[in-house]
Design a protein around this ligand. Structure first.
Ligand code: BGC
Length: 806
């Protein structure tokens, strides 16, 4: 097939078509191949089954569930004629504010590596190519296209690459997607170290390395450094960029051939040329898939607090239950961005609980907080707002001056050419507080390409400059009755006009009187709080604080009713400081997919015993997270990048550098090494039963490099059936190199009837004891003493044994 193609035809095959297809080549009867996002549902081609994927999958700690999820996604893909599933995402959840954690798995490389393998095998067993992404170090959305993740080799090998390595060497994934960011100053799509040395060299990857959508920056650089397919269209890997380069010898024709061969070989191996990808044996809507979506949600929900055994609730004792909060209805199934799947019939927490309590209990509902536009419309500014509308994007020229009683034009955007809009608007307003207390200052824009900053009494509230990926802003101001503040907002209109809102609200007034009233009369209240697809999304980071008003809502409801249960939706930890000690129960729901409401109800009412375990350390504050000091680019370390897209004028980019100074101490590695404690440790999750661990057996000594069996018992010591995740951590106190205090190297989910005991055996291979030696550039074991610990979280490990490796 390759021999039949001209150089031009071969180059054409290196770029995507119509956003989600590979290029067809009729002269060799090669059809185009279809792609779809991604980790939580086959979402690109219409409504679909939305599963508990990403962080929720990690919270199940269940290999078999990962396989079932992969198989279901594979079947859903076949039913939609999809050849490539653009998932799973396996980047490390380094920081709670990173906008895509919910799509990824966990903070731990071992947990990610174990789950990614059956997931990929499941997808690919259905004749669909899985695409592991984003290779590598896309651990933040802040300035994701331009920022460079600067990191040392040991940290990248031990923390950020293992899940990709397992996907390739154990899961035999057939596609990999590069990330947007640069790594040590070089874009992923032209990164020799990542793509050629490690992926295709050491790991022997035989499949297709594709770019993320518009993450390619250089024709020759990408062609020579491992990229096989530029998505979604060939802006760089095209004839203009490569034909002359091949003729001049800067790119070898054999390099182009190799890329084409990867696509052809993979397509042939999957039988894409011999059979239709549509499989009528699969369903676009399937009851079996719904059951798997429910299983995932049930297995992932993580109970973090249950004071006084408030849970499980007894339906016969509840006459009235109030379900309050913005995430109660409609259902919040997933976060935002390219993974956002439209589920056929998502079950909200309100519906799930109503179904559970049945017709004899009263179910009360209140959203509890206003919609954002209501705040903009109803702000009582102290006099009219001055509006200066400039005919430029930088507040120059003669402005048109008007006034307005409120700023709140957030109508839905329509995209238009950039040239359509050349305005910048300065709003000047003053606000007089009539009570002492906390006030919410909210600003939002809905026009793509827009930008703004807000000043209160002359002080800028957002960190300048506002760039893609910055946390969506809302601020809390402490004001005294009678105090006046001057607010100025500088807004640069987006591609489709002015869509900007600005408002202030007295926080206690945000919470509706109705919500407080319902809370007071109910026997039990569930506040469904957390993030959703507008507040936690690809393309921007999120706040550590709950979205605006939710802290105040929880405080008000908890003050009205002591039996208040909080459920939170989100891809990681969040700020609970204002209310955690005032509520008896907290359930983390991650993004539970379309059956989330049913699962939450089944857990609250004890129909399902909670079994999820945190896949991240739950911090008290963003500031105490180990990456906090290292998250944003280092000041004044910018470099510049000169990019020439074939046929266009060159563009200069500023490359800010994010130094991964937290090194190996990500998540629980930091907490256990420093001896400090997060709010809830990695691996933690409560159950309605209790478990004990006993009879740890491990060889006292063994040859370095051998596989070592470790066995122990897990017993259900309580009165209901349940599942425990036994976690095994290895410490290396005699290592020559400095190592994290402990690292997860094995786990097993065990289902046990009351009183039942199971013996678990975990095999620890050489890698479980190794670290990356920076001088040898290889994995190494320092012979000597190792400690093996077993328990139910990174901090509670009641069993331990010493093993000496010789
Ligand atoms: C995302 C990818 C996704 C692609 C296609 C990009 O914006 O980063 O994860 O697969 O879009 O939708």
């Amino acid at each position: 097939m390759l021999a039949k193609l001209s150089l031009e035809q071969k180059i054409e095959m290196l770029g995507g078509v119509d956003s989600m297809f590979t290029h067809a080549e009729p002269s060799i009867d090669l059809p185009r191949f279809k792609m779809s996002d991604a980790s939580v549902g086959v979402r690109t081609w219409g409504p679909t089954t939305a599963y508990a994927g990403g962080a929720a999958l990690a919270a199940t700690w269940d290999r078999e569930f990962a396989r079932k999820l992969g198989e279901s996604l594979g079947r859903d893909a076949r039913a939609r004629s999809v050849n490539f599933l653009l998932g799973p995402g396996v980047n490390i959840a380094r920081s709670p504010i990173s906008g895509r954690n919910f799509e990824y798995l966990s903070e731990d490389p071992f947990l990610n590596s174990v789950l990614v393998v059956p997931y990929i095998e499941g997808v690919q067993s259905q004749g669909v190519i899985a695409t592991v992404k984003h290779y590598a170090l896309n651990d933040q959305e802040y300035n994701r296209h331009n920022a460079s993740s600067d990191i040392d080799e040991r940290t990248i090998r031990e923390i950020y690459l293992p899940a990709f390595e397992a996907a390739v060497t154990k899961g035999h994934v057939d596609a990999v997607m590069n990330s947007y960011n640069l790594i040590n100053g070089v874009h992923a799509t032209q990164n020799d170290f990542l793509n050629l040395k490690v992926l295709k060299g050491e790991w022997g990857f035989q499949g297709i390395l594709m770019s993320d959508w518009d993450s390619t920056y250089d024709s020759v650089g990408a062609a020579n450094n491992g990229l096989d397919l530029e998505m979604p269209s060939p802006r760089f890997m095209n004839s203009k960029g490569l034909l002359d380069a091949v003729k001049a010898g800067t790119v070898k024709e054999s390099t182009i051939d190799e890329k084409v061969l990867r696509l052809l070989r993979t397509a042939l191996r999957y039988g894409f040329m011999d059979r239709p990808q549509f499989d009528p044996a699969d369903s676009t809507y399937s009851v079996a898939d719904r059951a798997i979506a429910l299983d995932g949600a049930l297995e992932s929900l993580t109970l973090l607090k249950n004071d006084g055994g408030l849970l499980p609730l007894n339906p016969s004792k509840i006459k009235t239950i109030a379900i309050i909060g913005p995430n109660a209805w409609p259902a919040v199934t997933g976060g935002g961005g390219s993974s956002d799947a439209q589920a056929f019939e998502p079950v909200s927490i309100l519906t799930g609980i109503a179904n559970q309590v049945g017709p004899n209990a009263h179910v009360l509902y209140s959203r509890g907080l206003p919609e954002m536009n209501d705040i903009f419309r109803n702000t009582h500014w102290d006099g009219p707002i001055k509006v200066a509308n400039y005919p430029s994007r930088d507040f120059t020229g003669t402005p048109e001056l008007t006034t307005t009683p409120s700023v709140g034009d957030l109508r839905r955007e329509r995209r238009g050419p950039r040239e359509d809009n050349r305005s910048s608007v300065r709003y000047t307003a003053s606000y007089k507080a009539d009570k002492d207390g906390k006030y919410l200052l909210l600003a939002a824009s809905q026009s793509w390409g827009s930008d703004f900053k807000v000043l209160a009494d002359g002080t800028e509230l957002a960190t300048p400059p506002h760039v893609e990926g910055q946390v969506p802003p809302f601020w809390t101001l402490d004001l005294k009755a009678g105090q006046t503040i001057n607010v100025e907002a500088d807004y640069i209109a987006g591609f489709n006009g002015v869509h900007f809102g600005l408002g202030i609200a007295y926080e206690p007034d945000l919470v509706s009187e109705e919500a407080k009233k319902l809370a007071a009369v109910a026997d039990i209240v569930v506040v469904a709080a957390g993030f959703d697809h507008s507040t936690e999304s690809e393309g921007s980071d999120r706040t550590f604080a709950l979205p605006w008003g939710q802290d105040a809502l929880i405080e008000a409801v908890a003050a009205a009713n002591p039996h208040t249960i909080i459920t939170v939706t989100g891809g990681g930890g969040l700020d609970t400081r204002r209310w955690l000690d005032k509520v008896p129960a907290l359930l983390h729901a991650y993004y539970p997919g379309q059956e989330g409401g049913t699962a939450v109800a089944e857990v609250l009412f004890g129909k399902h015993n909670p079994e999820g375990k945190l896949p991240f350390s739950f911090d008290r504050s963003w500031e105490e997270n180990p990456s906090f000091a290292w998250y944003y680019p280092v000041k004044d370390a910018d470099t510049s990048l000169h990019v020439t897209e074939p046929g266009r004028d060159p563009v200069d980019y500023v490359v800010p550098h994010v130094k991964y100074g937290d090194g190996l101490l990500v998540g629980y590695r930091y907490w256990t090494t420093t001896g400090k404690h997060p709010l809830y440790p990695f691996g933690f999750g409560l159950s309605y039963t209790t478990f004990s661990f006993s009879k740890l057996e491990a060889p006292a000594s063994a040859a370095s490099g051998s596989t070592i069996p470790v066995s122990f018992n897990v017993t259900n010591t309580g009165s209901v059936a349940g599942a425990e995740v036994a976690q095994l951590y290895v410490s290396d106190p005699s290592a020559k190199a400095t190592r994290p205090e402990r690292e997860l190297k094995g786990f097993e989910k065990v289902r046990l009837a009351p009183g039942e005991t199971k013996r678990v055996t975990i095999q620890l291979d050489a890698r479980a004891f190794s670290y990356w030696d920076e001088t040898k550039h290889n994995w190494t074991i320092d012979p000597g003493k190792f400690v093996i610990r077993v328990g139910d979280s990174s901090e509670n490990t009641p069993l331990s044994a010493e093993v000496t490796l010789k």
